[in-house]
Design a protein around this ligand. Structure first.
Ligand code: NAD
Length: 329
């Protein structure tokens, strides 16, 4: 059985991917420094999963892991992800999200581990010039977080070119949200970052209101439109991407979304419908740097990965609401 090292597996998207990997009988080892993730998320899935608390920049530790386990693929989720913080602390973002990844890749080469799945982001596209963003869209990030992800994409491209035994799969997520259908794991960012979570916290009375940033965009209801994708759909795309990479020994990149957008007002309306609670909504000015529309063109992933999203906005809100009410971490 193939062994997969999931770095950042105690985080939101990593933990959901661990759960899907186990369902498909992959053997999983997790490395996470718990700077943002939760050991409780791993325990909720299966406390027997080998878990190593440590930093991805620790090459001695990485070599130990690669010698102890028969790792075939590394899935890399372990980034710092706050756009605003990246603007004020670019050095921390470039160190964690770029320098440490470079060290990881070189340690992988040294230890003959040649397959890499990388979490990238729609933020690499910056302010998009198309209604739906395909893989051929220009990548011009507008903040250090997006740049740090794009730099790694370039490093991967150059490594695959120079080292033919090395394969990568880059997955660019649009707006991940939702939670495990069994309610065992879910998002627990501090502070809460996802629109659905923040809205549901308003519904639960944990915050006084929800703010809409900008109601004068050139969209049907004036609010920003995003491509929301259920985290379980995303998790399954990792397995599809890894399996294509391993089977065809191919390096490639894919945009992952539903291909459909929902406006902020539509998300809020869905949260009202699911919770049955009429919470307070405040309309305020646009935030700098927020584009009107950000929607993936997922055709390439449909065609080459034989993967499609299954879950709706209603599923995203229902699973998030269940998690918000019963969360354990
Ligand atoms: N959440 C989204 O909507 C979204 C969208 C696009 C891309 N992504 C990408 O997906 C990945 C996972 O994001 P997430 O939302 O699950 O974030 P998260 O913060 O929940 O998970 C990241 C995990 O990595 C760990 N980590 C960070 N730096 C580490 C280090 N140096 N060594 C070891 N562990 C470390 C953290 O403790 C955490 O458990 C990131 O690479 C992010 O850039 C996320």
């Amino acid at each position: 059985m193939k062994e997969v090292l999931v770095i950042g597996g105690a985080g939101y998207i990593g933990s959901h991917t661990v759960k899907e990997l186990l369902k498909k009988n992959y053997k999983v080892i997790i490395l996470d420094n718990l700077s943002k993730g939760y050991k409780a998320s791993i325990d909720a899935i299966d406390p027997e999963i080998p878990f190593i608390e440590g930093d991805l920049g620790d090459t001695t530790l990485l070599k130990d892991i690669f010698s102890k386990y028969n790792i075939d693929t590394v899935m890399h989720f372990a980034a710092l992800i706050e756009v605003g913080a990246s603007v004020f602390n670019p050095h921390i973002y470039y160190d964690n999200n770029v320098s440490k990844v470079l060290r990881l890749l070189d340690t992988m080469r040294e230890c003959k581990v040649n397959n890499f799945v990388f979490s990238s982001t729609a933020a690499t596209f910056g302010n998009p010039q198309a209604d739906k963003i395909s893989e051929s869209h220009s990548q011009l990030p507008i903040n250090p977080y997006g740049s740090s992800k794009l730099i790694v994409e370039w490093i991967l491209r150059d490594y695959a070119h120079a080292f033919p035994e090395f394969n990568y799969c880059v997955l660019r997520y649009f707006n991940a949200c939702g939670a495990d259908f069994e309610g065992k794991i879910g998002p627990s960012y501090d502070p809460a970052a996802l629109l659905i979570t923040v809205t549901l916290q308003a519904a639960a009375g944990k915050r006084p209101s929800i703010k809409i940033f900008g109601t004068d965009y050139n969209t049907p209801d004036g609010t920003g439109i995003r491509d929301y994708i259920h985290v379980v759909d995303l998790a399954q795309a990792h397995i599809a991407g890894m399996e294509r990479m391993l089977k065809e020994k191919i390096s490639d990149s894919y945009n992952l979304g539903t291909g459909q957008g929902n406006s902020v007002k539509e998300v809020i309306a869905m949260c009202r419908k699911i919770t049955g609670i009429d919470f307070k909504v405040e309309e305020t000015d646009r935030r700098e740097g927020d584009p009107a529309l950000l929607i993936a063109d997922p055709t390439k992933a449909h065609t080459l990965l034989n993967w499609k999203t299954q879950y709706s906005l209603e599923d995203m809100v229902k699973t998030s609401w269940n998690w918000e009410q019963h969360k354990t971490y």
